[in-house]
Every structure is written in structure tokens, then in C-alpha cells.
Design a protein. Sequence first.
Length: 270
Amino acid sequence: MNSSGLQDEEQPFISHLVELRDRLLRCILVVFLLFFAMAFYANEIYAYLAGPLLKHMPAGSQMIAIEVASPFLTPFKLTVVVAIFLAAPYILYQIWAFIAPGLYRHERRLILPLMVSSSLLFYGGMAFAYYVVFPLLFGFITTTAPQGVTVMTDITQYLDFVLTIFLAFGIAFEAPIVTILLVWSGVVSRRTMAEKRPYIIVLAFVIGAVLTPPDVVSQTLMAVPIWLLFELGLVFARFFERKDEPVRESLLEQGQEIDRHIERQPDESE
């Protein structure tokens, strides 16, 4: 291959790298602008996040800071995370705009709604954790403290804990998207997933046990939504199922029936 051919191949690759760089810079700029706009309200944002715990703490107790710089750094760390979460739809749009030219038309029509739905479900999981899980969880934890132990949580450890819960519930609420993608890609059929429902329920409780603190309340509050969202994913998966999937399943069933018939033939001859 001559040098002009190599240059022709390198130019599209370099242009893609330039486009990727530009989109990453846009994402970083949006996150920075959101962070700058909220930085002056960092303490108020942290106070709002700590609300579910403060409401259930015993009278006279309060949150503490065991590190020298944590009263300053912890609220700003939270503000950075909030900025990233708020910028998530824009970041997903930049990802979509980067990969869209390489997709077929029907793929573009499907992926964009899935991105929007995944963002809404992720935010829904975080909202469910804050308004439903946290009040029950912190109410349970603060009432089970041994006698003589005063509940006074460190602000940094509390932030790490709630961010982990937010992330866990946000990911768990993506169950419908995962179900739809598995059916759409042809990895598994909707009928097969429906038949495996008991295993999915057990898996939901296992995920709840792994991703949440070791108490029954938070585990159940995660497992039940995962199961219900899986059922919701099955409902919408019928619109994404491949047209040849029923035919393929019918052929597989016929092949299995023939195999069973062949296996029974020696017994019948005897």
C-alpha cells in the first residue's frame, strides 16, 4: 500500500480522536460550570443529604468531623459528585452523538430512547433510596445502638456510605434496560427470561444482600424493586424482540421433540 493510502486511512482515525477530545472537553466544561454554580451552596447541599440521618439521631447527638480538612473538603466532594450526576444526561448525549454515525437507522431509533430511559431510571433509583430507603434504614440503625453508645457519625464516612447506596440503587433500577438489551441483542429470548423468573427473584435478593448493608430492611427494599423492574422490562421487551425469534424457538422445540422421540424408540421396540 502506498503512502497516500496510509494517509487516507489515518485521517478518519485522527478526525475521530479530535471529535472524541472535543466531546470530552465539553463534558468536563459542563461539569465544571455546574460545580461552580453550586460551590457556594456546598454546605446546604450536604445538610440536605444528611437530613434523613439527622431526623433519626437521638436528642443531643450530632454529626462529627474527625479529620482536620473534612469540614471543608467533604461538602465540596459532594458538590462535585452532584455536578457529575446532573451532567449525566448531557454526557450520555455526547456519547450518543459520537457513536450514532456508525449505527444503522433502526439502531439509532432504539438507542436514544434507551439512553433517556436509563438516565430517568438511575435518578429514580437515587430518589427511591433517599426518600424511602434512608428513613427506614437510619431509623432502624439508630434504634438498635447498644445502651451507652451515642450515635455520632463522621461526615466523610456518611458521605461515602450514602454515595455507595445511591450508586447501588441507581444501577439496580437499570434492570428493565438490561432485560431489553439482552432480548434485543438476541442473547436470550423474552420467553426464556420469563421461564427463569424464580432464578431472577433469587438473584435479586442476592444482589440486595451484596450491595446493601447487612440488614433485612435495605436488602428487601432493593430486591423487590429489582424484581418488579425486571417484570416491567419483560413487558417492554416484546417491542424490541427480534422478528425471527419466535420462529427460532419453534424450530428448537421441534428439534428437542424429535430428539426425545428418537431416544424413546429403543424402549418401544423392546
